[in-house]
Each structure stands twice: as C-alpha cells, then as structure tokens.
Design a protein around this ligand. Structure first.
Ligand code: PAF
Length: 293
C-alpha cells in the first residue's frame, strides 16, 4: 500500500491516518460541520474478521456516515504480568484491512499522545468493574473506560460499535455513556466465530495447535448450557460446567449466568452465560445469550 502525507496526517488508499488527537479532532469536527455523521470502531489493532464485521456494521448505518477506526494498544487496561509487550501490533496489515473495508479515518495515537506526562485521571467503573473479569484483572475496566472516554472526546462519534465477545466491556460502556451523558449511541455487534465455534480474538494467535483445538470447549460448553435453557438456570450452568470439566487443560476462572445487564440471573427471560478460562498462558473469554424458562 502506498502512503503519502496530507495536511492532516497521511493518506493510505482512500483512508487518512492520524496520530495526533488534536489533528483527528479537527478533521471529525470539520466533517460534522459539513453534515456528516461519524461512526467509531475502537480497537487495539490485530484486526480480524470480528473487527471487519464491526466496520461493516458501521458502513451500513443510514445517512452520510464516515467510518473511523482507532488502533491503540492501551497500556492502562493491562495488569502487571499481562501481555502488553507481546500483544500483536501489525499496523501495516491493519491499515490494509481498513482500506479493504472502506474505512475513511484511522486514528493511531502513541502512548505519549494519549497519556502525556502528568496525565493521571482515571474513570471508576463502579461495582460491576470488580466482578467477573474485573475480579481477575484488577484495574482493567478503569483503564478500558478511561481510554474509551478519551476516544469519545477526541473523535466525537455519533455512534460507537463494540463486539459482544467482550460482553462485560460492552455493558460497562453502555453504562458509562448513560451515567456521564455522552451524546452518542453504543451498538453491540454479535460475536464472530470460526466454523468450529471458537470466538474470534486477537489473542487466539497465542494458542498452540493443540490448545486451539481445546479452546473450542468454551463455545461447546456455552451452547450446551443454552440448549437446556427451558429447564432453568441451574440446568444451564450444570450442563455447561460438565462440558468444561471434560477438558482438563482448561483452568476455568468463572462460569456465570447473569441477566443481560450482568446483575443476578432472572428465573425466566433473557440472560447471558459467560465463561473465562486459561489455556496455558492464554486467557480466553466467551459468552452467549440464553432465554430462560
Ligand atoms: O475491545 C478492545 O479492543 C479494547 O478494550 C478497546 C475497547 C478498544 C479499548 O482499548
């Protein structure tokens, strides 16, 4: 792909790429002034089919909508000993994906652009931030919400799209937008899966061939649980747990049935079954919708 400098960043095919928050903000402000709406797909890069699906959703939005993708591996949401250093950063390939999908704007700030020296304000997610993934990854959701809030301010989107694969993240972002009156709508997009059910994730590249095979146990367990939802909450969880127990290499961190806002599971109606497990050094999460009763 050829790249060339422009007044406000550089062009890569149809899209322009911006590193500076002020520069990107000026571009989106001008676009909105010209009557365009802006849809934002926030990512940490290593774009895969799940991200493509988010971008396609954004591009199908009605009206004259510009699609912007942010690519930023946010150090604030990684804990000590997590995979910040080894997280994949294939920027050229990511730009190619964006170009192929018709993205118009890419925002690729550096750490110092997002967190200049002295920046220390963090968002507090509230009690849900300490449950499920938050119980295993202290500080993760504070770091995630902080960067998402910053991205919302910098880009000023009308719509922001996130995958349901990170379901707790999606619920917390919805809540932040409501609680802090961000003037935008948040859209959750269903998880994209491999043919054998494995949920797509940038972290799947860490899996050995054997662990890649074992990882399908997660979606099999969730689907088995969801399949007995007419028998109630206990049956859902017990069925899923039995499938997980069949794969001894999986270290299950949690398997929980909750309501769709991640409060206690209802006796009947819409719920969500969520799982997190480790395979070797790789941590995997997945979830499915469940209709109880
Ligand atoms: O889901 C992700 O990739 C990240 O958590 C997000 C929302 C881009 C914030 O860094």
């Amino acid at each position: 792909m050829t790249t060339a400098r422009t007044k406000n960043g550089f062009a890569a095919g149809r899209l322009t790429v911006h590193r500076s928050p002020a520069e990107l903000n000026a571009v989106t402000r001008a676009l909105r002034g010209a009557g365009r709406k802006v849809a934002l797909v926030p990512t940490m890069g290593a774009l895969h089919e799940g991200h493509r699906e988010l971008i396609r959703h954004a591009r199908r939005l009605p009206g004259s909508t510009v699609t912007a993708v942010s690519i930023f591996v946010n150090p604030l949401q990684f804990g000590p000993g997590e995979d910040l250093e080894r997280y994949p950063r294939p920027l050229e390939a990511d730009l190619e994906v964006c170009r192929e999908e018709g993205v118009e704007l890419v925002f690729t700030p550096g750490v110092e652009d997002m967190y200049p020296p002295g920046s220390s304000t963090r968002l507090a997610p509230g009690p849900l931030g300490d449950e499920l993934d938050g119980a295993v990854r202290p500080g993760h959701f504070a770091g995630m919400l902080t960067v998402v809030a910053k991205l919302f301010h910098i880009v000023g989107p009308d719509v922001a799209l996130f995958g349901e694969k990170d379901y707790q993240q999606l619920v917390l972002i919805h809540k932040m937008v409501r609680d802090l009156d961000f003037p935008l709508s948040v859209v959750g997009v269903p998880t994209v899966r491999e043919a054998d059910g494995l949920a797509l994730s940038s972290r799947n590249v860490y899996l050995s061939a054997a662990d890649r095979e074992r990882a399908t146990t997660l979606s099999r367990a969730l689907n088995a649980g969801a399949a007995v939802s007419a028998r109630g909450a206990d049956a859902v969880v017990e069925t899923a747990r039995a499938v997980l127990a069949g794969e001894p290499a999986l270290q299950v961190e949690y398997l929980e049935l909750r309501d769709t806002e991640l409060g206690p599971a209802p006796a009947t109606g819409r719920a969500r079954l969520l799982v997190a497990a480790r395979l070797g050094t790789t941590r995997l999460i997945d979830n499915v919708p469940v209709q109880l009763g």
